[in-house]
Design a protein around this ligand. Sequence first.
Ligand SMILES: [Cu+2]
Length: 167
Amino acid sequence: MKKFTLVAALALGASLAFSAQAHNHGHHMAQQDAPDMSKAKVSDTISVSGCWIRAIPAPAPSGGYFVVHNKGDKEVKLQAAASSAYKMVMLHQTTQKDGMSKMSETHDIAIAAGGELEFKPGGYHAMLELGEKAPAVGDKVDLDLLFDNGEKASVQCEVKPANTRIN
Ligand SMILES: [Cu+2]
């Protein structure tokens, strides 16, 4: 019985390590400190809606999806993201090349004046990494977004089952 448990644990560990490795292909793993958003002013013109994340077992990274609305009269660029539930949040873009899906780190994601941009599976997303513990389905996770005009916007993200699909 003990032996079976150990084998199962090893298999689980190996599959998590594999998915983490596959996931991180395409960007460097250097840890970075969460950006300091304390000085940023809460934006009057930028808002974030419909945020959700996948419930993925820790420590594997989890995607965060949302819509950024820019009611201002100037284009803004999303520069960074942070969450109290994760030590590191990266901005990623999934692209397709030769039938392969690949994610890479990205910055300065422009949201046009008066426009909106959807972050969704298969496109732009926030990559929530180094979570302390896996959030449970139905939990709320905070997410702060920092823009190049020095303003920030915050949202509460709903934790949905790992197999959630859109549309
Ligand atoms: Cu990603």
